[in-house]
Ligand binder design. Structure first.
Ligand code: AMP
Ligand code: MG
Length: 342
């Protein structure tokens, strides 16, 4: 990589949009730019340029078999990238875009094979974060943007998470708009067969919400296919171990306090006073308590895992949240991947 140091741009949500001109031009020119979306911070590159997209794989050390999501600022821009735009895509985009829903559709030639790992289909999303939308409008090109972390490590939900990581030296700009609001990656839905929509990755938009809008069943395999190497895998890049902190993670129904020592991390949840989503206690271990509301828990989850990494805890116990309600699916998915040993 040619850069030794990235330029950080503070762009709070209502800031002067001209702040985004330089990172937008960098994207058009084929350089890497980290920017916020409502899910996690993304590592962006011009989706129309094979050489720009290749820089994402190099910076993240991401396997070339793992396709990228292209981000757009409008339905019209999405339609320019696909071979067909089924009614189901239109209905879902009108309902959930901008927002944390990614649609997999048959691609056309404008998207280079490098962006889709050689697949004939492309994943598309219109993010709702005002900074992301402003940047996408300013650069005018679709932008591939996987999470701005090295492959297999925890996704960043703040600019600081990126600046603390090796990626900081591999990008031209880091646009900082504070912590993200959703906190876990988008729901990925395949519409390759529009009569049989299939969830490829759980996110905060649930199967139930999708079914209500589509009025047809939406498939959500209980165990999503975990296979990085296979071109045939339903959900490429959904490795069993992913989003994992450095220390081993045990998912438990109750924290085994008798085994917890000072070097360990504990993550649990509780009904909290309105004012605060996170409670940290340092004794007898690094103890982080999140909200028992899935939206709030999801928003803080990765920050909690980053905190455990920063404190080099030796072992992490995580109290499993309830699993009866679909609004916890994304959290359960990420926790199960975080707990697979390396
Ligand atoms: P991320 O790493 O958050 O950018 O998410 C990328 C994920 O979206 C991949 O790991 C896949 O699960 C899914 N995805 C992206 N592109 C495709 C595609 N062309 N076909 C199927 N799934 C895709
Ligand atoms: Mg990722």
């Amino acid at each position: 990589m040619s850069h030794t140091c990235s330029h950080v741009i503070f762009a709070p949500e209502r800031s002067d949009l001209s702040l985004l001109d330089a990172p937008a031009q960098a994207l058009v020119a084929g350089d890497l730019v980290v920017f916020p979306t409502e899910t996690v911070y993304g590592l962006g590159a011009n989706a129309l340029s094979a050489s720009a997209v290749a820089k994402i794989f190099a910076a993240k050390k991401r396997p070339a078999t793992n396709p990228l999501i292209a981000h757009v600022h409008s339905i019209a821009q999405a339609r320019q990238l696909v071979a067909t735009w089924p009614t189901e895509a239109q209905v879902l985009a009108e309902q959930f875009w901008p927002g944390p829903l990614t649609l997999v559709l048959h691609k056309n030639d404008r998207i280079p094979d490098a962006a889709t790992a050689g697949r004939a289909n492309v994943a598309l999303r219109m993010p709702s974060h005002p900074t992301a939308l402003a940047l996408l409008r300013a650069c005018g090109v679709p932008v591939c943007a996987p999470s701005a972390n090295e492959y297999m490590s925890i996704s960043p939900t703040s600019a600081q998470h990126v600046l603390n990581s090796p990626l900081a030296d591999r990008v031209s700009y880091v646009v900082d708009s504070g912590p993200t609001s959703v906190g876990v990656e988008s729901t990925v839905l395949s519409l390759l067969d529009p009569t049989s929509p299939t969830i490829l990755r759980h996110g905060m938009i649930t199967r139930q919400q999708l079914e209500e809008v589509l009025s047809i069943p939406v498939h959500a395999p209980e165990h999503l296919v975990h296979d990085d190497s296979s071109q045939g895998a339903l959900a490429p890049g959904q490795a069993a171990r992913h989003y994992a902190p450095k220390a081993p993670v045990s998912l438990v129904d109750e924290i085994p306090w008798e085994h917890v020592t000072q070097t360990m991390g504990v993550l649990d949840y509780t009904t909290l006073p309105e004012a605060s989503d996170v409670v940290m206690r340092h004794s007898p271990c690094l103890h982080i308590t999140l909200s028992d509301l899935p939206e709030r828990y999801a928003r803080e989850l990765y920050a909690a895992l980053h905190t455990f990494d920063q404190h080099d805890v030796s072992q992490i116990y995580i109290k499993l949240p309830p699993d009866e309600v679909e609004s916890w699916s994304a959290v359960h998915d990420r926790l199960s991947r975080a707990s697979v040993s390396a």
